[in-house]
Structures are given as structure tokens and as C-alpha cells.
Ligand binder design. Structure first.
Ligand SMILES: [Zn+2]
Length: 127
């Protein structure tokens, strides 16, 4: 399912209202370029309920589990999979690969409804 399809479907489920904004979570390891996503979003939305809507992207850092610290740690850099506290190499990824549709904002005027979607993990990387 693509981002646009998923959000359109959700808007249809809510009565086919025009969508104002789409909120995404984008992991640092998702393999998706944020700029590219933003760049092609407008075009992908043409002719759908999402036309003219804003794409709001929340960056998700890479979090690993360190066996030495016995804790989840946020990586400073995705170049090295080392615990930032003790330096232990770890490949135990907790989060950072996701591309998730989080919410859409629909309605018109001040009564905008923000609808939290059940988090849907998007497969593949398409708008
Ligand atoms: Zn550690």
C-alpha cells in the first residue's frame, strides 16, 4: 500500500472528506529520502482527496538495544552501529526502519478533525 492510497482510503472511510495534512513517521534507516518524498508528494496527490494537503514528516532516530548496558540507546550516527554509551557493537535494531502513516487531518475550517490512524506499516517505498 502506498502512502497516498493508504491516506485516501482512510479519508474515504471518514466520509470522503478533503485531507489537509498527512502525518508520517520516517525512520533514519527506512531507505527513503525525506526530500524526495516531499518533492514528489504534491504530484502523487493530484486528483485524490489528498490534493493540496501537507505532508508532515516526523523523523525517527535509530534505536538499538545494547547488551552491555541492557538498555535501548539512540544512535548518534547511522554509520556505526555502536552503543553511544559504552561503544559495544550492536546490530539489535529496535526502531529506525519504519515508514508509517500516523494520522491524517480532514475537514474544513476551524473544526478540523485530526484522526489518528491505527499505525500502518507501509511496505515498499512508494507514494
Ligand atoms: Zn552500551
Amino acid at each position: 500500500m502506498s502512502i497516498v492510497d493508504g491516506a485516501s482510503q482512510e479519508a474515504l472511510n471518514r466520509g470522503g472528506a478533503q485531507v489537509h495534512a498527512v502525518h508520517l513517521k520516517l525512520g533514519a534507516l527506512s531507505g527513503v529520502m525525506k526530500d524526495a518524498l516531499l518533492f514528489s508528494y504534491g504530484l502523487a496527490c493530484e486528483g485524490t482527496l489528498l490534493e493540496g494537503s501537507e505532508l508532515v514528516i516526523e523523523d525517527v532516530p535509530v534505536v538499538v538495544y545494547c547488551n552491555t548496558c541492557e538498555a535501548e540507546k539512540t544512535l548518534d550516527s547511522i554509520q556505526r552501529f555502536c552503543c553511544p554509551t559504552c561503544g559495544t557493537l550492536t546490530a539489535d535494531l529496535v526502531s529506525g526502519k519504519q515508514l508509517e502513516l500516523v494520522a491524517i487531518e480532514i475537514g474544513d475550517g476551524p473544526d478540523d478533525i485530526e484522526t489518528r490512524m491505527e499505525t500502518s506499516q507501509l511496505e515498499g517505498v512508494s507514494l
